[in-house]
Design a protein. Structure first.
Length: 571
């Protein structure tokens, strides 16, 4: 009987798994090509950590949770990344000349002998789970460190910068060895961003470093990458350009493109923007998940009364509905959800977008091209000749577009569009500032909707807590509301990367254009006066909408304060 068989019998004897589950896991592991313990964790009722702790006990070793271990960076300089990745171990500590390493397969004695031979030093193994080792390697060495190190080793006799210039200048990426490694590195970078649920990837060159950051739940986070990646900045940009069908020889002008990608069963659209800087080209990739865009109005997080009101508004035969908010606040998702609700055989729907983020079945979509004079206003003139019932204008940026959209709403069309304003009332003054007559705004507008995205409390580590009552009273909460509320916050865990937040939810401010609001619009009243009147008529502000989410335990007081302005307090 070999050691692995003995360990399997040990698991059954300990009552961690049954013979039936063990047999099923053996077949699954052989079919999929994964470790037996991973298959057991997926098929049985016991977690991976429990199984690997049992493995450590069987081997009479220590189990070490790397999630709670601060790994010394200086060890990464003594153990090459390509070795640690190849043999799947993490250097944890050096003690009395012995290197403590974390492994996940202590039954493989040949593996330990190979590590001793490669490192040429004494080692002492401890046991950790494969997922913890994988994450620890990325934290210690950086994303794609083994790939970058491999390039350096294979080309250490060459001049890296000269070779990289050749890579850029050629019709393809040049040297096949470097080409394949750079492709792998870029793929790893994008795959890791998708696993982080990032919305943006920033690749930014500076004088002595290449910085990579992911925007996760609206917050930028630094990504650990090896310092030597700075030498391959040009090749990385060239790879991104090739994927986006851009001109790899052009380095002086900004370029925009698009990449379609697939990870597992999910498809993603990556919007690419490249800008020249003194230290090379900087890259931004906006990650758009096709599945997350196709949400219904019911899934967006509207409160029941707000949802009922919005559904009444979008059923109007004509007029205009504006969604306002900063870039990345989910305006397009809300508009797509509204169009999906109206997408029926009896409705002709046409959109003008910059860019078209997703193809919507049954809806005619157009991409503006300002470089050839095809902008929003020109596209809107052409659309009106196609007898549309509903029109989506991606953004109102100037007087011509605003006037055309307003007139389309006056002449029997339902128009949706977006504006960059701080709140719903600001849309009125913004349109008037663009030059639209107040009486036209009052005659056309159905509603203005401001929205923001606040981070949601991580469900895996959420715990109840009591916030400072004085702050809650300052926010306008009553004693009764505080008593009824369910306050939660995230403790911080592996799933949320110790932030306490995972995912985002929307908060809304819906301003209906009632007769009173229309009268104030005609009188050119300032936005704070319009907002005060709307609140008197029952409108909930962004901060009040956020308070509802706080009471539900979906977000925190600090998060709502961070994302909303002080305008609510100044009315």
């Amino acid at each position: 009987m070999n050691t692995y068989d003995s360990f399997e019998k040990y698991l059954v004897r300990k009552g961690l798994v049954s013979e039936a589950v063990l047999e099923k896991a053996r077949l699954e592991a052989k079919t999929v090509g994964e470790p037996l313990l991973d298959a057991l964790a997926r098929l049985g009722n016991v977690g991976a950590e429990t199984l690997y702790r049992a493995l450590a006990d069987f081997c009479e070793m220590t189990y070490l949770s790397l999630n709670t271990k601060i790994l010394p960076k200086e060890l990464a300089q003594t153990v090459p990344a390509r070795f640690a990745t190849h043999y799947n171990f993490v250097p944890v500590q050096e003690r009395n000349g012995v290197l403590i390493i974390a492994i996940c397969d202590p039954l493989n004695h040949q593996l330990l002998d190979d590590i001793r031979l490669v490192l040429k030093r004494r080692i002492e193994p401890v046991v950790s789970s494969p997922d913890e080792i994988k994450q620890a390697l990325k934290t210690l060495y950086g994303v794609g460190a083994d790939t970058v190190e491999k390039i350096l080793v294979e080309n250490e006799s060459a001049a890296p910068l000269v070779n990289l210039e050749k890579i850029q200048a050629g019709s393809d990426l040049g040297d096949e060895g470097i080409d394949a490694s750079i492709i792998r590195f870029v793929n790893e970078l994008l795959s890791e961003a998708i696993r982080w649920n990032a919305t943006d990837v920033h690749i930014e060159p500076f004088e002595n470093e290449l910085r990579v950051r992911y925007r996760v739940d609206g917050i930028l986070r630094a990504v650990p990458v090896p310092a030597s990646i700075r030498n391959f900045q040009s090749a990385i940009v060239s790879r991104v350009k090739v994927m986006a069908n851009l001109n790899i020889a052009e380095k002086r002008l900004p370029q925009d493109g698009k990449i379609r990608a697939k990870l597992g069963s999910e498809e993603f659209d990556l919007r690419v923007s490249i800008l020249p800087t003194p230290y090379g080209e900087t890259v931004n990739l906006r990650i758009l998940n096709r599945a997350s865009m196709f949400l219904t109005l019911e899934q967006l997080g509207f409160l029941p009364q707000d949802l009922a009101m919005l559904e009444r508004f979008i059923r109007r035969p004509h007029g205009m509905i504006l969604v306002t908010g900063p870039t990345g606040s989910g305006k397009t998702t809300t508009l797509y959800a509204a169009l999906s609700k109206l997408n029926a055989i009896e409705n002709k729907i046409v959109t003008i977008e910059d860019p078209i983020e997703y193809q919507l079945h049954g809806i005619t979509q157009m991409q503006v091209m300002p470089q050839i004079g095809f902008d929003f206003s020109n596209a809107l003139r052409s659309i009106l000749r196609h007898d549309p019932d509903i029109i989506l204008v991606g953004e109102i940026r100037d007087y011509e577009t605003a006037e055309m959209a307003i007139r389309a709403g006056l002449t029997g069309h339902l128009v949706f569009s977006t504006l960059h304003t701080n709140d719903a009332a600001g849309a009125v003054t913004r349109l008037i500032d663009l030059g639209v007559e107040p009486f036209l705004v009052a005659s056309t507008m159905i509603a203005s909707i401001a929205q923001r995205l606040v981070r949601s409390v991580c469900e895996d580590c959420a715990e109840p807590f009591e916030p400072d009552k004085a702050l809650l009273l300052e926010m306008g909460a009553t004693d009764e509301e505080i008593r009824r509320a369910t306050f939660r916050r995230g403790r911080g865990c592996e799933e949320c990367r110790n932030t306490g937040f995972r995912g985002r939810t929307a908060i809304y401010e819906i301003l209906p254009f009632t007769p009173e609001i229309k009268q104030l619009t005609i009188e050119r009243a300032p936005s704070n006066v319009i907002k005060r009147k709307a609140c008197e008529l029952g409108m909930r502000t962004l901060r009040q909408s956020g308070w509802e989410r706080i009471c539900q335990g979906r977000t925190t007081f600090e998060e709502v304060l961070r994302i909303t302005s002080d305008a609510d307090l100044d009315m």
